[in-house]
Write a protein that binds this ligand. Structure first.
Ligand SMILES: [Zn+2]
Length: 372
């Protein structure tokens, strides 16, 4: 986060606006070309066209900002298209003023203590949350819908990654993440979903309804009432609160587990396909398994620990971890079940976490299914 002078704020907001305009303009150019004769407009061509655009009287205001963020916007747009064509992403969307705003510098940013130099904008104080090592690469300046400014700096370092710890049974942990309980671990640790999160969500829903009531159909966002914009800020602040609470929780749990164990084993959850199921989708996005996985992964990476994912089709819930019997009758609502083969009573999630661990280590009991 950083603190800025009034003139700098104006220039920053101008940059957000110009970059958003350029991105949407480029998106339109690319889409038009594709729809007309299936042709592609290259990134180089886009940058050329925007240079020409800046010379037109109508668009002369584009010259008020540094040219690099505009070029970066074209590069990002081009990447978004490449991802779309390679089936790695959705078709790029137009950028809206009400969402997060951002622009990037590929070079020219300097750091000194708690000050950062942004080309054309100048030196400004900022709250430095983490030490930067190495050579500064891409720098992203962003503004949240609640008008907070951030600068994130990507550095390239030559620091070598720590050597990986050996994978051993006693230093490995299997984690089963779920909807009812956030995570159950093979050592018996249980992490419940955070209650305050659902409280905030309830609040958010209420405020969103108020916002919807204040929305006048057929009227542009900028021309909506004062009351509408005030409420939009209330909703944005709550969104921010929910996301902060969730991130906080996920950081605490992931840090704790990575500190305790040398190998972390999880299922490769196909979150995307489960998201299609509407009932589950809300719960899933709340607990943010994807984020949790990502946090565990990079924290393991930093500490030379092992992050292991087992296949999605492994029978982690249905198999009795004691004898390998597969309980074909197991339903999603069954929280506990007795194994027909060895008569053990299995807690659904705990048994799953044990299976995840043993599949990850390759020590699972031989799967068998004896019918009685
Ligand atoms: Zn059994």
């Amino acid at each position: 986060m950083f603190f800025i002078l009034m003139e700098q704020k104006t220039l920053l907001n101008k940059t957000f606006g110009c970059v958003r305009f350029a991105y949407n303009w480029g998106l339109n150019e690319k889409t038009k070309a594709y729809q007309t004769d299936k042709s592609k407009v290259s990134c180089f061509e886009l940058i050329n066209r925007i240079t020409l655009l800046k010379k037109q009287e109508e668009f002369v205001w584009l010259n008020e900002i540094h040219s690099q963020p505009l070029q970066m916007a074209m590069r990002n747009l081009d990447n978004a298209f490449t991802n779309f064509f390679n089936k790695r992403g959705e078709f790029p969307n137009f950028k809206k003023k009400s969402n997060n705003q951002s622009f990037q510098y590929p070079q020219g940013v300097k750091l000194k203590d708690n000050q950062v130099f942004l080309p054309k904008i100048g030196w400004t104080h900022f709250y430095n949350s983490r030490e930067c090592f190495g050579e500064i690469k891409t720098v992203t300046v962003s503004k949240t819908p609640t008008n907070k400014y951030f600068v994130s700096i990507l550095c390239e370092t030559t620091i070598e990654k720590p050597t990986k710890k050996p994978i051993e049974d006693k230093t490995s942990l299997g984690i089963d993440v779920g909807i009812k309980t956030f995570a159950v671990c093979s050592d018996g640790q249980v992490f419940e979903n955070q209650k305050y999160l659902s409280k905030s969500l309830k609040n958010l829903k209420k405020e969103q309804r108020t916002l919807a009531r204040r929305y006048k159909k057929g009227v542009k966002i900028v021309e909506q009432s004062k009351g509408y914009h005030k409420q939009r800020m209330v909703v944005a602040k709550l969104h921010e609160k929910v996301s902060n609470q969730r991130n906080d929780f996920l950081h605490k749990v992931s840090t704790k587990l990575v500190n305790q164990y040398d190998s972390i084993i999880l299922e490769d959850l196909n979150v995307k396909s489960m998201m299609k199921n509407d009932k589950l989708s809300k719960a899933i996005s709340d607990v943010s398994w994807t984020k949790f996985n990502a946090f565990l992964q990079y924290k393991c990476e930093w500490q030379g620990k092992n992050y292991i994912q087992i296949g999605r089709f492994v029978p982690s819930s249905k198999m009795c971890n004691h004898c390998g019997h597969i309980n074909k009758e197991l339903k999603l609502k069954d929280r506990e079940w007795t194994c027909q083969e060895c008569q053990r009573t299995n807690d659904r999630d705990f048994n799953a976490s044990l299976n995840i661990k043993s599949f990850g280590l390759g020590t699972q009991p031989k799967i068998h299914n004896v019918s009685h």
